[in-house]
Design a protein around this ligand. Sequence first.
Ligand code: FAM
Length: 432
Amino acid sequence: KQKFAEKAAALFQENRAMLKEHGDKIIDQVAIRQLYGGMRGMKSMIWETSELDAYEGIRFRGYSIRELRKLLPKAPNCKEPLPEGLFWLMLVGEIPSQEEVNWLTEEWKKRGELPARTTAMLDAMPADTHPMTQLSMGILSLQNDSVFAKRYEEGMPKNEYWDAYYEDSMNLIAKLPRLAAYIYRRTFHNNEHIAADPSLDWGANFAHMLGISEHADFKSLMRLYLTIHADHEGGNASAHSTHLVGSTLSDPYYSLSGGMNALAGPLHGLANQEVIKWILEMVEELGTDTPTNEQITEYINQTLEAGKVIPGYGHAVLRQPDPRYIAQRHFAEEYIKDDAIVSIVWKLFTIVPPILQDLGKVKNPWPNVDAHSGALLMHYGLKEFSFYTVLFGVSRAMGVLAAGVWSRALGMPLERPKSMTSKAIKEFLKKS
Ligand code: FAM
């Protein structure tokens, strides 16, 4: 917190001076197409924690996923990074030492308990409530304890916003694995729960509480998964929703719940459930888990002819295979290369892109993060794919909340862009 405070105060002053001198410089232009086209590519916000390059993919504070898998501190006997380290990096801007990450692990353990009202509320919901609905509501049920909301009500001055936002974010991230594991066990395992193991780090403890496999490799997978899904710069729907809600000075609970509602859409985070559902339906329809290239091609064409998208392929910004896909592929190559579903995922990598390219309209024919994740989870026994987006959400919380702390520290105002009507566009065109 102290390290963050020093860095944030310095950047706040720097930005003030920079804006005084350069605030009126034009950094981008807006075409009418972008107003109708989901604001693609429009530079419109500040996001400190990560930046996306269309060809290289995501970089967290300048580090690629490949570099982070080497550089971030690790748990004993595990090759994958501890996600706690990525949170530290996003917040503080420096690769943490092992001691610093251990401190964060311990801190989240202390803050991890769920209040009884949250589990009581979840227990009162029909078991077939989608896990993402349960996650969003579970997060909101924690809002009673918001430090930010309480201190705001008591008259907190602006220069303390970040401090209260930080406390809430730390509390919320600490609780998310327990909340998510509770949702999983109540929905799919007769409401039989597994207590947290105080000897484990954040990601491994999550894996343990899910109760699927005590295999060390599954814990490694969870650490990798929670690291690579954390952030994808500010414009993606879950990040931008969290950012927008937070800009009204709603506290982190309201903000993250909003972000999770955006993640729950099939064009965004829900794509991970859609991918595996689509693959399993293919296996069932063809009656084999070793389909030929011709059979897969036929199935892809059927999907497209039905007017549907191929889940896990395409991206609003990326124009190359997603490095988050590649990281998961490397994991699969090392640990589970003979898995039948993984083999289908790899075949799709060669078959889907030329087909999408031939459509002539798809800007990125390559796989995104969601094309691979389900096959890995299935292998270790996490087969209930309607839960997959919750895993994405637990990870995404780290990025969007770290960014939220920065937004409060930098004094970001209420977000309020300008909208236009089609009539106004016509009038503009008449005049131009
Ligand atoms: N399969 C079939 N058609 C696709 C496609 C795909 N995978 N990806 C794009 N297209 C179509 C798209 O529907 C649009 O068609 P229309 O003009 O007829 O509406 C056209 O190609 C141009 O789209 P684009 O400019 O290439 O993509 P967008 O920036 O509009 O959309 C995605 C990006 C991700 C929504 C889109 O590629 C898609 O629907 N992919 C499948 C769903 C998916 O995997 N989402 C997860 C994205 C992931 F990274 C995440 O957020 N977790």
